[in-house]
Design a protein around this ligand. Structure first.
Ligand code: ZN
Length: 296
């Protein structure tokens, strides 16, 4: 018997907000595409990481509505605002509950506090973002009898990251633990290095999924778990090597582009390079402030 039964999933990749300024190489400063996963039963459905802006919420919401399911829950993988500031609009439109791990809820409060210093300086059209997420007992909930398990993976591109494991679909919705064809946000590894992120990848791999939906992905790529895990590891290895061989943030930025010419999200590459080198060059200064400044 097929354990999936009537269970299936589909992915909507939202465009980033309009560019805000320019990168050092003259390109528009464009944020990364953002992916939401809809896990569908016969009648009910669960949605993940609904995005940042009102425009994104509208585009995603219309796609969700077209699926003709009753949306019961919206799951948030981690606290970064680009993954959930639009959650309230979707929750209201579909009458859904917002669900996250306790650690992610803590990070969400931090993101709300940072919002006026960061997101509101870059983009207009971000809706009100009160934290309404709740935990579920044992970090488990169900969709028409199928298990959905929230698995904490620790630090990836943010502290207290989690993924959603759907065993009956051999699926992991990985948030930002795994990337797919998009530059990875390395800034929060400027203190502590990439070891914790490698551990997070190991947690995902231990779930033995066949499919992984990365939170940031190129919509033209598939969701092969082995490939996305290997490429996410390789990107970190590469970054470590370039931190040894490149003396400046600009050198790191250009070398990464040369190695990953078709990766999307070069704004995030520049933020990462600025933060990694900024923290390294100013060890006595406040790292959180350096990371924040690297965005603006
Ligand atoms: Zn993200």
């Amino acid at each position: 018997m097929n354990p999936a039964g009537n269970l299936s999933y589909d992915v909507f990749v939202n465009d980033p907000p309009p560019p805000d300024g320019f990168l050092p190489n003259g390109e528009p400063k464009r944020f990364s595409p953002m992916a939401s996963t809809m896990i569908c039963g016969s009648e009910d459905a669960v949605l993940t990481d609904p995005g940042l802006t009102e425009d994104q919420a509208l585009a995603l919401g219309d796609w969700v509505a077209g699926k003709g399911r009753n949306l019961t829950d919206i799951f948030i993988t981690h606290g970064h605002g680009d993954h959930w500031f639009a959650a309230g609009l979707l929750a209201e439109r579909f009458g859904a509950r917002v669900v996250a791990s306790a650690g992610t809820i803590t990070q969400m409060h931090g993101s709300v506090a940072a919002r006026p210093l960061l997101w509101d300086k870059m983009y207009t059209g971000i809706p009100p973002s009160p934290v309404t997420a709740v935990t579920v007992p044992g970090d488990r909930f169900t969709l028409e009898g199928h298990d959905l398990a929230i698995v904490e993976v620790g630090h990836a591109d943010s502290d207290d990251s989690s993924v959603l494991h759907v065993p009956d679909l051999d699926l992991v919705v990985a948030g930002d633990a795994i990337y797919n064809g998009v530059h990875m946000y390395l800034a929060q590894s400027a203190v502590g290095g990439f070891g914790p992120w490698r551990d997070a990848i190991g947690h995902v791999e231990a779930l033995a999924p066949r499919h992984i939906v990365a939170g940031h992905q190129n919509r033209r790529l598939d969701d092969d778990a082995a490939r996305t895990i290997a490429e996410t590891r390789h990107y970190l290895d590469d970054a470590e090597e370039l931190l040894r061989t490149e003396n400046t943030a600009a050198g790191f930025f250009n070398a990464k582009i040369a190695r990953y010419p078709s990766h999307l999200g070069r704004m995030i590459l520049w933020v990462s390079a600025s933060a990694l080198y900024g923290v390294r060059e100013h060890p006595a200064e406040n790292a959180a402030q350096i990371i924040l400044n690297s965005w603006l």
